[in-house]
Design a protein around this ligand. Structure first.
Ligand SMILES: [Mn+2]
Length: 430
C-alpha cells in the first residue's frame, strides 16, 4: 500500500454567533464574528501546505440549521481552492446542519463529496501533483452518512457496511456520540465496540468538541475536536488532525491548532496581595501569561480570584469587582493581539483561619463552633433547607429552589461572612 496523508476535521460551526457574551468591546466582537470563518481558512491552508490528498469533515460544518448565505459561499470558496490543488473533500452533516435544514441550491466544485442520509462508499484519490492532469490512483475508500434531521437517536454506526473486496484503507465518517458523553446531546449513540467490529481502519468522528483518541488503531477511533473554541468550556488549542498512513497501514495523527481566538481560564490568588494596585497587577499578569501561551492569537479569558487575604473586604465594596473587570478589560482590549476578560468571579476568603479561630474562648469562637455543627453535615443542611424553603421554593414568585450543595455553599459563605464581621481588628501598633 502506498503511503498517503489526509486531514480530519469536524465541528467547524461556521458563522457561530458566540451566544452569552455581554458588553463585548467592538474590536473583540468583530474578531469573534469572523473567528469560525478564519479557522476554516486556516484548515484549507493546512491541507494545501501539508499536501494532503483529501480532507474529511465529520459534521456541523455550519452552526445553524438555516445555513447563512455568507457561510455557504465562504465554505464553497475554500473547497474550490482545495479542488484547484487536487485535494478532494468528504463531508457529512450533523445535528447543527442536517439535510432538512434550509440549504441553497449550490454547485459544488469537482472532488467535493457530500454524503446522503444512507451510508455509502466513495473512493478517495491520491492528490494530483499539478492541476489538470486528472485524478491520481484510488488510495482509500470513505463511507459516510449525514443526519437527515436534527435529532437522530438511532445508532447509525450499525448501518455501515464492511469493507468490500479491494485491499484499500477504509474510513468511516460519522457525527455521533460514542459512549454516552453527557456534555453533548446523545445523537447517533454508539460504543467503541460497535465501531471496532465494522472492520474499518479509521473512524473519523465529529460531535464531541474536545479532541480525543478513543482507540489508537485497528481501527483508530478519533475526535479531532472543533476548529475554533466558542465558549469558556472550550478552552485551549483547537484545530484539526493531519493523518499519515504508512505502508504498514497504521494511521499516525498530528494535531495542528487552527483557532484564531483562544478561550482560557486562570486563577489569581490574593494570599500575597495587600493593595488594590497589587491586585490589578496580578490580574493583568495572569492575562498576559495567557496571551503569551496563545502564540500570537487573541484570547478571551475567564478569571477566578481566590485565596485568603486582605483583598477579601476590598472586593466586597460596592462596584469593586465590576470596576476591576472594566479596568483590566480596557487594558487588555487595547493590546495587539488582545486579551479580553469575559468574566471575573470572586471566591476569596478573609485572612482568617476558621479552624484555629473556632477554638478560641470568645464570642466568635462560639459562633464558629455552633455554625460548624449546622453547616458541617447533611442533617444541618436539611434543616437549613427547610428554613430557606419559603424564599427558595420557586412558588409564589420565590427564587428557584436550591440543591443541598448550594445550601451548603451558602452556609459556608455565611460562616466566613460572620467571621469577617466579628473578628477583632488587629491591635494598633504602639
Ligand atoms: Mn458540533
Amino acid at each position: 500500500m502506498d503511503a498517503f496523508r489526509f486531514v480530519h476535521a469536524a465541528d467547524l460551526h461556521i458563522d457561530s454567533p458566540f451566544h452569552g457574551l455581554r458588553d463585548v468591546d467592538m474590536r473583540v466582537g468583530k474578531r469573534l464574528k469572523s473567528a469560525t470563518y478564519e479557522a476554516f481558512r486556516n484548515l484549507v491552508r493546512l491541507c494545501i501546505d501539508e499536501q494532503a490528498s483529501f480532507l474529511l469533515i465529520a459534521g456541523d460544518v455550519y452552526d445553524g440549521e438555516d445555513r447563512g448565505v455568507q457561510a455557504q459561499v465562504r465554505f464553497r470558496e475554500g473547497l474550490a481552492e482545495l479542488a484547484l490543488h487536487g485535494i478532494e473533500t468528504f463531508i457529512v452533516h450533523g445535528n447543527h446542519d442536517p439535510l432538512d435544514g434550509w440549504v441553497s441550491q449550490m454547485t459544488w466544485p469537482e472532488g467535493v463529496h457530500i454524503f446522503g442520509p444512507q451510508p455509502e462508499w466513495k473512493p478517495a484519490h491520491m492528490r494530483r501533483a499539478s492541476a489538470g492532469v486528472g485524478r491520481g490512483a484510488v488510495i482509500a475508500a470513505v463511507q459516510g452518512v449525514s443526519y437527515p434531521t436534527r435529532v437522530v437517536s438511532e445508532n447509525l454506526s450499525l448501518k455501515f457496511t464492511p469493507p468490500q473486496g479491494r485491499d484499500l484503507f477504509t474510513i468511516g465518517l460519522l457525527h455521533c456520540n460514542v459512549g454516552g458523553n453527557t456534555e453533548h446531546a446523545n445523537y447517533a449513540p454508539c460504543t467503541v465496540d460497535d465501531l471496532a467490529q465494522t472492520g474499518l481502519d479509521y473512524w473519523a468522528l465529529g460531535h464531541v468538541h474536545t479532541r480525543q483518541t478513543l482507540q489508537q488503531d485497528r481501527p483508530a477511533i478519533v475526535y479531532p475536536g472543533n476548529t475554533q473554541g466558542r465558549h469558556p468550556n472550550e478552552s485551549g488549542p483547537r484545530g484539526a488532525l493531519v493523518v499519515d498512513v504508512g505502508a504498514d497501514r497504521l494511521p499516525r495523527t498530528t494535531f495542528h491548532a487552527l483557532d484564531v481566538v483562544r478561550w482560557e481560564q486562570a486563577d489569581v490568588n490574593i494570599a500575597d496581595v495587600s493593595t488594590l494596585d497589587g491586585l490589578i497587577a496580578s490580574v493583568r499578569q495572569a492575562m498576559e501569561d495567557l496571551l503569551a501561551q496563545a502564540e500570537g492569537r487573541d484570547v478571551v479569558c475567564r478569571l477566578r480570584i481566590h485565596g485568603r487575604g486582605q483583598m477579601y473586604s476590598e472586593l466586597r465594596k460596592p462596584g469593586a469587582l465590576i470596576g476591576l473587570l472594566e479596568t483590566v478589560r480596557e487594558d487588555g482590549a487595547a493590546s495587539s493581539p488582545w486579551v479580553w476578560a469575559e468574566r471575573i468571579t470572586d471566591q476569596t476568603r478573609p485572612d482568617l483561619d476558621l479552624s484555629v479561630r473556632s477554638r478560641s474562648e470568645d464570642f466568635l469562637g462560639a459562633v464558629l463552633k455552633q455554625t460548624a455543627l449546622v453547616a458541617g453535615g447533611p442533617e444541618g443542611i436539611a434543616s437549613l433547607s427547610g428554613l430557606l424553603a419559603e424564599v427558595y421554593s420557586g412558588r409564589r414568585g420565590g427564587l428557584e429552589a436550591l440543591t443541598p450543595e448550594q445550601v451548603a455553599e451558602l452556609a459556608e459563605e455565611s460562616r466566613w461572612y460572620l467571621a469577617e464581621l466579628l473578628a477583632e481588628p488587629p491591635e494598633p501598633e504602639a
